[in-house]
Write a protein that binds this ligand. Structure first.
Ligand code: NAP
Length: 277
């Protein structure tokens, strides 16, 4: 039996074992692979990597705090992992480690599943952390004409926008700036922690939604709770609204493709996983 897992700290809340084991069952590969959860503190990462093949692991997903730390430890990286400077999927083959990042592809696939094509559109992204970086750079690759990155810490928005200065513009996070940015947007994506379950942090004001053109979708990368206050207000104003569940499912599907080396029909698999959750 080949072993797969997700590593992180904390990690016990991760939905990855549920998703991957369900996909392996669906593909009748549950007799070949099993997927579990490994609590690996940051200080133990290198030791765990050295032990993992001897424990039967052939691949793993990584969540915080490991995504960036894995980059210099890889023997090879895919283009997205290089671009984001972060790895969420690792395959171990013949003593070598190959790092991938499926977060940006997962976001774009779920956005397109929701019927939105980013090419030529203007977008506003709230946040400049790890998730925001993958989303921003994937939106740029997908051909957005303009992307305003609004973040509380100005330096982080500026650093992210430096990747594509002709397309991305950094901006602040105060209600007036958010309103001005939203008024010019065809899509608004929240990639901050605001509204996430177990945090008390909320948007100071959601009045920027009133400035957003009515047809513009609102995408929240948060999936717990399934409907944040941002999405509830967006729906009430008539905006198409999507939560982060699709991104979670598609990044897992694309990760499993790397592990098993087989293409998976992504949309039907995502449908099955949605029913499961
Ligand atoms: P991160 O790297 O820590 O970034 C957090 C972002 O939120 C930063 O831009 C931060 O701004 C902003 N933020 C935090 N508290 C804030 C506040 N009180 N006011 C304004 N801005 C605030 O975290 P991450 O890994 O990118 O994750 C962000 C969210 O995405 C989380 O809710 C996570 O669960 C979700 N996520 C979802 C998926 C999915 O598959 N759906 C995947 C990855 C992440 P500063 O720069 O100013 O600190």
């Amino acid at each position: 039996m080949k072993k797969l897992c997700v590593i992180g700290d904390p990690v016990l809340h991760s939905k990855s074992p549920l998703l991957h084991n369900a996909m392996l069952r669906e593909m009748a590969l549950d007799g070949d692979y099993t997927y579990d959860c490994q609590l690996v503190p940051a200080r133990d990462l290198k030791d765990w990597l050295a032990q993992a093949p001897h424990l039967g692991y052939v691949g793993f997903n990584a969540t915080m705090p490991h995504k960036e730390a894995l980059v210099p430890l890889m023997d090879g990286l895919d283009e997205d992992a290089k671009l984001y400077g972060a790895v969420n999927t690792v395959c171990m083959k013949d003593g070598k480690l190959y790092g991938y990042n499926t977060d940006g592809r997962g976001f774009l696939a779920s956005l397109e599943e929701g019927g939105f094509r980013a090419s030529g559109k203007r977008a506003v992204l709230l946040g400049a952390g790890g998730a925001a970086k993958a989303i921003a750079l994937k939106l740029v690759q997908a051909g957005v004409s303009a992307l305003t990155v609004c973040n509380r810490t100005a330096a982080k928005a500026a650093a992210l926008c430096a990747h594509a200065p002709g397309v991305m513009t950094p901006a602040g996070f105060d209600p007036d700036t958010l309103t001005r940015a939203a008024a010019e947007a065809d899509l608004l994506v929240n990639a901050t922690n605001l509204g996430m379950a177990d945090t008390h942090a909320q948007f100071e004001s959601l009045s920027f939604l009133e400035a957003l053109p009515a047809a513009a979708p609102v995408y929240d990368v948060i999936y717990h709770p399934p409907e944040t206050e941002l999405l509830r207000r967006a729906r009430a104003l008539g905006h198409p609204a999507m939560n982060g569940l699709g991104m979670l499912l598609y990044q897992a599907i694309f990760a499993l493709e790397h592990f098993i080396g087989v293409e998976i029909p992504a949309a039907p698999m995502a449908e099955k996983l949605k029913k499961l959750l």
